[in-house]
Ligand binder design. Structure first.
Ligand code: ES4
Ligand code: ZN
Length: 322
């Protein structure tokens, strides 16, 4: 079997960030939303660096206005997942972009997203689960509202709580209250760390937020003690190599530490993050890992096994995707 055709598990995928440019352009036209500076002449998303990316991301997201818009987005994203052989995905959902952090509005958005996901599971064979996500640079107060949205909808479908956004804004401990709320609601926890800040950010996130998975976490490779701690605690890294290269965390694929992390015994999985923004797909990630590091079918099968074991879903769902 070609490695590109293998069944894949993806644990780090932002729903809005997975919106195809054509989808966002269509929506903008329908709604009369001006989208200045979002696309280049070829119709791709354009941004100068990560911080500009966050602005462009928010501008594009402004076209997504109703629960129905998010339902259509979910369908489009899951079609792309299916085309890439993804059988199970966890997606970050930000209530800040779905009803502005209000619990009642969030429930309506979530309901629409879940209905679209259920239909895609039937029609396309892709299972989706949600991780409610705070946006770090929106601040600690807002993160508590997000955690309330998460706690109010925790269950078989909303399985986790996380945080993305600007890692240079504030400190992990500022968000401990939100993560405590989510933990009490029996949600599993992840946070973006160690993409822009170094190993200390990963260490502080594990210590102060009690996370069991780290979004990116790749810069942990710079600290041998931290690598040991990550292994001892069974923390898994959601690694997105194509994203890291597109944003310049690493200058090229062969400089990316994923192979070193895997060889050092850290649990890693592979995801696309915000695929059209980074000109990638799960097939492209597999192709590049094969070409750069010589990963073969047995390594990819192992990778997916450990991705399934670090998934946040119920044991029942886990056994269905195995
Ligand atoms: C992110 Cl809040 C958010 N959304 C999409 N991609 C991201 N990367 C880091 N934070
Ligand atoms: Zn991310």
């Amino acid at each position: 079997m070609s490695i590109l055709e293998l069944p894949k598990v993806e644990l780090h995928l932002h729903l809005e960030g997975a919106a195809p440019p054509t989808f966002i352009r269509g929506l903008a036209q329908e709604k009369g939303v001006p989208l200045e500076g979002v696309f280049d002449d070829d119709g791709h998303y354009q941004y100068k660096d990560f911080w500009d990316f966050l602005k462009v991301y928010e501008a594009a997201t402004a076209c997504l206005q109703t629960p129905q818009d998010f339902a259509r987005l979910t369908t489009a994203v899951l079609e792309e997942c299916a085309a890439n052989g993804v059988v199970y995905a966890e997606t970050f959902l930000a209530p800040d972009f779905c009803g502005g952090g209000d619990v009642a509005a969030w429930k309506e958005y979530l309901h629409a997203i879940q209905e679209a996901a259920d239909a895609a599971e039937r029609d396309l064979g892709v299972t989706l689960r949600g991780i409610v996500t705070a946006v770090r640079h929106f601040g600690a107060d807002q993160s508590r509202k997000t955690a309330l949205c998460a706690a109010e909808t925790a269950g078989d479908w909303v399985v986790g709580f996380g945080m993305g956004g600007d890692e240079k804004y504030g400190e992990p401990k500022d968000y401990a209250y939100a993560f405590d709320m989510a933990r009490e609601a029996k949600l599993q926890l992840t946070s973006h760390a160690g993409e822009w800040n170094g190993p200390d950010e990963v260490r502080a996130s594990i210590r102060d937020l009690g996370i069991k998975r780290v979004g990116h976490g790749v810069r942990a490779i710079e600290d041998a003690d931290l690598i040991r701690e990550i292994k001892d605690k069974g923390v898994a890294l959601e690694v997105c190599p194509g994203s890291n290269v597109a944003l310049g965390v690493y200058s090229s694929w062969d400089k990316h530490p994923i192979d070193l992390l895997r060889k050092s015994g850290v649990t890693v999985s592979v995801s696309t993050d915000d695929p059209p923004f980074f000109h990638t797909t799960m097939k492209n990630e597999y192709d590049m890992l094969n070409k750069t590091f010589g990963w073969d079918e047995s390594i990819f099968r192992e990778l997916n096994k450990s991705a399934i074991s670090s998934a946040f879903c119920s044991e029942e769902t886990r056994s269905e995707i195995e």
